[in-house]
Unconditional design. Structure first.
Length: 325
Protein backbone atom coordinates (compact mmCIF):
# COMPACT_ATOMS: atom_id res chain seq x y z
CA UNK A 1 0.00 0.00 0.00
CA UNK A 2 1.39 3.39 -1.02
CA UNK A 3 0.52 6.04 1.57
CA UNK A 4 0.91 9.79 1.23
CA UNK A 5 1.52 11.57 4.54
CA UNK A 6 0.85 15.30 4.64
CA UNK A 7 2.33 17.26 7.51
CA UNK A 8 5.12 14.68 7.41
CA UNK A 9 7.62 16.94 9.20
CA UNK A 10 5.23 17.76 12.04
CA UNK A 11 5.15 16.17 15.48
CA UNK A 12 2.69 13.36 14.67
CA UNK A 13 3.59 13.21 10.98
CA UNK A 14 7.21 12.29 11.62
CA UNK A 15 6.09 9.34 13.77
CA UNK A 16 3.59 8.18 11.14
CA UNK A 17 6.35 8.39 8.52
CA UNK A 18 8.78 6.53 10.78
CA UNK A 19 6.37 3.68 11.42
CA UNK A 20 5.41 3.29 7.76
CA UNK A 21 9.07 3.30 6.77
CA UNK A 22 9.99 0.78 9.48
CA UNK A 23 7.35 -1.57 8.08
CA UNK A 24 8.92 -1.42 4.62
CA UNK A 25 6.03 0.53 3.08
CA UNK A 26 8.17 3.38 1.70
CA UNK A 27 5.63 6.17 2.24
CA UNK A 28 5.44 9.35 0.21
CA UNK A 29 6.03 12.37 2.44
CA UNK A 30 4.70 15.79 1.54
CA UNK A 31 7.10 18.55 2.65
CA UNK A 32 6.39 22.26 2.24
CA UNK A 33 9.55 23.74 3.74
CA UNK A 34 12.69 22.20 2.23
CA UNK A 35 14.75 23.00 5.32
CA UNK A 36 12.53 20.70 7.39
CA UNK A 37 13.24 17.73 5.15
CA UNK A 38 16.11 16.85 7.48
CA UNK A 39 13.52 15.62 9.99
CA UNK A 40 12.67 12.68 7.69
CA UNK A 41 15.91 12.37 5.73
CA UNK A 42 16.94 9.12 7.40
CA UNK A 43 13.75 7.26 6.49
CA UNK A 44 13.15 4.87 3.62
CA UNK A 45 10.59 7.14 1.99
CA UNK A 46 9.88 9.25 -1.06
CA UNK A 47 9.96 12.94 -0.17
CA UNK A 48 8.01 15.31 -2.42
CA UNK A 49 7.50 19.05 -2.28
CA UNK A 50 3.93 20.30 -1.97
CA UNK A 51 1.83 23.10 -0.52
CA UNK A 52 -1.85 22.87 0.41
CA UNK A 53 -2.25 26.42 -0.83
CA UNK A 54 -1.03 25.39 -4.30
CA UNK A 55 -3.38 22.79 -5.84
CA UNK A 56 -0.98 22.25 -8.75
CA UNK A 57 1.55 20.64 -6.40
CA UNK A 58 -0.98 18.19 -4.97
CA UNK A 59 -1.80 16.21 -8.12
CA UNK A 60 1.78 14.97 -8.34
CA UNK A 61 1.83 14.11 -4.64
CA UNK A 62 -1.28 11.91 -4.70
CA UNK A 63 -0.55 10.15 -8.00
CA UNK A 64 -0.36 6.38 -7.56
CA UNK A 65 -1.29 6.42 -3.86
CA UNK A 66 -3.66 3.98 -2.19
CA UNK A 67 -4.32 6.10 0.89
CA UNK A 68 -3.71 9.56 2.31
CA UNK A 69 -3.06 10.34 5.97
CA UNK A 70 -3.74 14.05 6.21
CA UNK A 71 -2.01 15.84 9.09
CA UNK A 72 -1.00 19.14 7.51
CA UNK A 73 -2.37 22.42 8.83
CA UNK A 74 -1.86 25.01 11.56
CA UNK A 75 -1.83 22.91 14.75
CA UNK A 76 -2.56 25.84 17.03
CA UNK A 77 -5.69 27.09 18.75
CA UNK A 78 -6.15 30.26 16.73
CA UNK A 79 -9.20 32.10 15.34
CA UNK A 80 -10.99 30.38 12.46
CA UNK A 81 -9.86 33.00 9.95
CA UNK A 82 -6.22 31.97 10.47
CA UNK A 83 -7.01 28.27 10.21
CA UNK A 84 -9.20 28.33 7.13
CA UNK A 85 -6.59 28.52 4.37
CA UNK A 86 -4.97 25.18 5.09
CA UNK A 87 -7.65 23.25 6.95
CA UNK A 88 -10.62 24.18 4.76
CA UNK A 89 -9.26 25.24 1.39
CA UNK A 90 -6.19 23.02 1.48
CA UNK A 91 -8.07 19.91 2.55
CA UNK A 92 -10.69 20.51 -0.12
CA UNK A 93 -8.05 20.76 -2.84
CA UNK A 94 -6.23 17.69 -1.52
CA UNK A 95 -9.44 15.66 -1.51
CA UNK A 96 -10.26 16.74 -5.07
CA UNK A 97 -6.76 15.81 -6.23
CA UNK A 98 -7.10 12.44 -4.49
CA UNK A 99 -10.45 11.73 -6.13
CA UNK A 100 -9.11 12.68 -9.56
CA UNK A 101 -6.19 10.28 -9.03
CA UNK A 102 -8.48 7.48 -7.88
CA UNK A 103 -7.14 7.32 -4.31
CA UNK A 104 -9.62 5.08 -2.45
CA UNK A 105 -8.89 5.98 1.20
CA UNK A 106 -8.52 9.29 3.01
CA UNK A 107 -7.70 9.57 6.74
CA UNK A 108 -8.09 12.97 8.36
CA UNK A 109 -6.43 13.81 11.68
CA UNK A 110 -9.25 15.64 13.42
CA UNK A 111 -9.40 16.74 17.04
CA UNK A 112 -11.11 15.83 20.29
CA UNK A 113 -11.94 19.54 20.44
CA UNK A 114 -14.87 18.99 18.09
CA UNK A 115 -16.48 18.12 21.45
CA UNK A 116 -17.20 20.53 24.27
CA UNK A 117 -17.10 20.35 28.04
CA UNK A 118 -18.65 17.09 29.27
CA UNK A 119 -18.54 14.81 32.29
CA UNK A 120 -19.69 11.81 30.23
CA UNK A 121 -17.00 9.75 28.49
CA UNK A 122 -17.00 10.52 24.77
CA UNK A 123 -17.84 7.65 22.42
CA UNK A 124 -18.34 7.23 18.69
CA UNK A 125 -21.98 8.22 19.25
CA UNK A 126 -21.30 11.46 21.14
CA UNK A 127 -22.67 14.48 19.30
CA UNK A 128 -19.98 17.13 18.68
CA UNK A 129 -20.33 20.53 20.34
CA UNK A 130 -17.07 22.47 19.92
CA UNK A 131 -16.17 25.25 22.35
CA UNK A 132 -13.25 26.74 20.38
CA UNK A 133 -12.60 27.71 16.77
CA UNK A 134 -10.03 24.94 16.27
CA UNK A 135 -12.72 22.36 16.98
CA UNK A 136 -15.30 24.18 14.87
CA UNK A 137 -13.00 24.25 11.86
CA UNK A 138 -12.05 20.59 12.28
CA UNK A 139 -15.73 19.62 12.51
CA UNK A 140 -16.54 21.61 9.39
CA UNK A 141 -13.76 19.81 7.50
CA UNK A 142 -14.97 16.44 8.80
CA UNK A 143 -18.46 17.07 7.44
CA UNK A 144 -17.29 18.23 4.04
CA UNK A 145 -14.89 15.32 3.68
CA UNK A 146 -17.57 12.80 4.65
CA UNK A 147 -20.00 14.20 2.09
CA UNK A 148 -17.30 14.29 -0.59
CA UNK A 149 -16.33 10.72 0.20
CA UNK A 150 -19.89 9.50 -0.29
CA UNK A 151 -20.14 11.42 -3.56
CA UNK A 152 -16.85 10.07 -4.90
CA UNK A 153 -16.94 6.54 -3.46
CA UNK A 154 -13.90 7.28 -1.29
CA UNK A 155 -13.50 5.86 2.22
CA UNK A 156 -13.09 8.78 4.63
CA UNK A 157 -12.05 8.38 8.27
CA UNK A 158 -11.77 11.26 10.73
CA UNK A 159 -9.87 10.36 13.89
CA UNK A 160 -10.53 12.85 16.67
CA UNK A 161 -7.15 12.85 18.38
CA UNK A 162 -6.89 13.91 22.05
CA UNK A 163 -3.86 15.45 23.75
CA UNK A 164 -1.08 13.65 21.87
CA UNK A 165 2.29 13.77 23.62
CA UNK A 166 5.86 12.65 23.00
CA UNK A 167 9.45 13.79 23.20
CA UNK A 168 9.22 16.34 20.40
CA UNK A 169 5.90 17.97 21.24
CA UNK A 170 5.37 21.49 22.53
CA UNK A 171 4.72 20.46 26.14
CA UNK A 172 7.92 18.44 26.46
CA UNK A 173 9.82 21.23 24.74
CA UNK A 174 8.87 23.36 27.73
CA UNK A 175 9.61 20.52 30.13
CA UNK A 176 13.13 20.46 28.76
CA UNK A 177 13.46 24.16 29.54
CA UNK A 178 12.77 23.35 33.19
CA UNK A 179 9.59 25.40 33.63
CA UNK A 180 6.01 24.99 32.45
CA UNK A 181 3.05 27.30 32.98
CA UNK A 182 -0.43 25.89 33.49
CA UNK A 183 -3.29 28.21 32.43
CA UNK A 184 -5.81 27.20 35.11
CA UNK A 185 -6.14 25.53 38.46
CA UNK A 186 -8.79 22.90 37.79
CA UNK A 187 -8.00 19.29 36.96
CA UNK A 188 -10.81 17.89 34.88
CA UNK A 189 -10.55 14.51 33.11
CA UNK A 190 -8.99 14.75 29.66
CA UNK A 191 -8.11 12.31 26.88
CA UNK A 192 -4.39 11.61 26.32
CA UNK A 193 -2.53 9.46 23.80
CA UNK A 194 1.15 8.75 23.26
CA UNK A 195 2.30 9.71 19.77
CA UNK A 196 3.29 6.11 18.98
CA UNK A 197 -0.33 5.03 19.40
CA UNK A 198 -1.72 8.06 17.58
CA UNK A 199 0.38 7.10 14.56
CA UNK A 200 -0.61 3.44 14.84
CA UNK A 201 -4.31 4.39 14.87
CA UNK A 202 -4.00 6.63 11.80
CA UNK A 203 -2.15 3.90 9.90
CA UNK A 204 -4.70 1.26 10.96
CA UNK A 205 -7.54 3.46 9.69
CA UNK A 206 -5.77 3.72 6.32
CA UNK A 207 -5.09 -0.01 6.14
CA UNK A 208 -8.57 -1.18 7.15
CA UNK A 209 -10.52 1.42 5.22
CA UNK A 210 -12.53 2.27 8.33
CA UNK A 211 -15.20 4.88 7.59
CA UNK A 212 -16.59 7.34 10.09
CA UNK A 213 -15.60 9.88 12.74
CA UNK A 214 -14.63 9.02 16.28
CA UNK A 215 -12.58 10.12 19.24
CA UNK A 216 -9.99 7.81 20.75
CA UNK A 217 -7.56 8.01 23.64
CA UNK A 218 -5.61 5.82 26.04
CA UNK A 219 -7.09 3.90 28.97
CA UNK A 220 -6.96 6.72 31.56
CA UNK A 221 -8.66 10.10 30.97
CA UNK A 222 -6.52 11.71 33.66
CA UNK A 223 -6.81 15.30 34.78
CA UNK A 224 -3.88 17.63 34.19
CA UNK A 225 -2.97 17.56 37.90
CA UNK A 226 -2.45 13.81 37.63
CA UNK A 227 -0.56 14.03 34.33
CA UNK A 228 1.73 16.88 35.40
CA UNK A 229 2.00 15.52 38.93
CA UNK A 230 3.33 12.20 37.66
CA UNK A 231 5.71 14.09 35.41
CA UNK A 232 7.05 15.98 38.43
CA UNK A 233 7.63 12.68 40.24
CA UNK A 234 9.96 11.75 37.38
CA UNK A 235 11.52 15.24 37.20
CA UNK A 236 11.74 16.68 40.74
CA UNK A 237 13.45 19.86 39.51
CA UNK A 238 10.65 20.75 37.09
CA UNK A 239 9.07 24.10 37.99
CA UNK A 240 5.31 24.27 37.49
CA UNK A 241 3.74 27.73 37.56
CA UNK A 242 -0.02 28.14 37.76
CA UNK A 243 -2.13 31.09 36.71
CA UNK A 244 -5.90 31.51 37.15
CA UNK A 245 -7.84 30.61 34.00
CA UNK A 246 -9.49 34.04 33.72
CA UNK A 247 -6.21 35.91 34.03
CA UNK A 248 -4.54 33.51 31.60
CA UNK A 249 -7.28 34.01 29.03
CA UNK A 250 -7.08 37.79 29.33
CA UNK A 251 -3.31 37.73 28.89
CA UNK A 252 -3.49 35.32 25.97
CA UNK A 253 -6.18 37.40 24.30
CA UNK A 254 -3.98 40.48 24.55
CA UNK A 255 -1.05 38.55 23.11
CA UNK A 256 -3.35 37.37 20.32
CA UNK A 257 -3.83 40.96 19.23
CA UNK A 258 -0.07 41.55 19.16
CA UNK A 259 0.84 38.36 17.29
CA UNK A 260 1.14 38.74 13.49
CA UNK A 261 -1.53 36.69 11.74
CA UNK A 262 1.16 34.90 9.71
CA UNK A 263 2.91 33.44 12.76
CA UNK A 264 1.28 30.48 14.53
CA UNK A 265 0.98 30.92 18.27
CA UNK A 266 0.23 28.58 21.14
CA UNK A 267 -0.46 31.43 23.54
CA UNK A 268 -4.09 32.06 22.64
CA UNK A 269 -7.34 32.52 24.51
CA UNK A 270 -8.66 29.29 23.02
CA UNK A 271 -5.62 27.42 24.37
CA UNK A 272 -6.71 28.43 27.87
CA UNK A 273 -10.32 27.40 27.20
CA UNK A 274 -9.20 24.06 25.79
CA UNK A 275 -6.89 23.32 28.73
CA UNK A 276 -9.78 23.82 31.18
CA UNK A 277 -12.37 21.65 29.41
CA UNK A 278 -13.50 18.29 30.71
CA UNK A 279 -12.95 15.86 27.81
CA UNK A 280 -12.83 12.24 28.98
CA UNK A 281 -12.88 9.60 26.23
CA UNK A 282 -14.33 6.12 26.56
CA UNK A 283 -11.21 3.90 26.78
CA UNK A 284 -12.76 1.41 24.35
CA UNK A 285 -13.79 3.96 21.71
CA UNK A 286 -12.59 3.00 18.21
CA UNK A 287 -9.73 0.63 19.13
CA UNK A 288 -11.63 -2.59 18.39
CA UNK A 289 -12.93 -1.13 15.11
CA UNK A 290 -9.33 -0.53 14.05
CA UNK A 291 -8.27 -3.99 15.18
CA UNK A 292 -5.51 -2.77 17.52
CA UNK A 293 -4.93 -1.96 21.18
CA UNK A 294 -2.80 0.90 22.56
CA UNK A 295 0.82 -0.05 23.16
CA UNK A 296 1.06 2.70 25.78
CA UNK A 297 -2.09 2.18 27.88
CA UNK A 298 -1.81 5.22 30.18
CA UNK A 299 0.32 8.27 30.91
CA UNK A 300 2.02 6.29 33.68
CA UNK A 301 3.75 4.23 31.01
CA UNK A 302 3.85 7.00 28.44
CA UNK A 303 5.67 9.67 30.44
CA UNK A 304 8.68 7.47 31.35
CA UNK A 305 8.82 6.29 27.73
CA UNK A 306 8.82 9.90 26.57
CA UNK A 307 11.55 10.88 29.01
CA UNK A 308 13.65 7.99 27.70
CA UNK A 309 13.49 9.73 24.31
CA UNK A 310 14.44 13.06 25.91
CA UNK A 311 17.78 12.09 27.43
CA UNK A 312 20.68 14.05 25.99
CA UNK A 313 22.08 11.50 23.58
CA UNK A 314 18.70 10.80 21.99
CA UNK A 315 17.05 14.22 22.17
CA UNK A 316 15.51 15.65 19.04
CA UNK A 317 14.42 19.26 19.02
CA UNK A 318 10.64 19.79 19.10
CA UNK A 319 9.34 20.13 15.55
CA UNK A 320 8.28 23.76 15.93
CA UNK A 321 8.29 26.41 13.25
CA UNK A 322 9.76 29.71 14.36
CA UNK A 323 9.48 31.40 10.96
CA UNK A 324 6.27 33.01 9.68
CA UNK A 325 3.94 30.50 8.03
Amino acid sequence: MKVLVTGATGFIGTEVARQLSARGMRPRLLVRRPSRGALVSGLDADVVYGDLRSPETLARAVDGCDAIIHLAGRATFEPAARLAATFIGGTRDLAHAAAAAGVPRFVFASSLLVHGDTDTPITTETVPDPAVDYGRVKLLVEGRLAAFGVQQGMSVASLRLPHVYGATDQLFGRVRSGTIVLPGRDSKPYGHLHVVDAARALIAAAETGWVGASALADRDPAGWDDFIGFLRVQLPDLRVLRAPAGLSRLGAGTLDLLTPSTRPSLYTADTVVSWNLSLPVDPDALWSDLGIEPLVPTYREGIPRTLDDCVAFRWRHPVMDRRPA
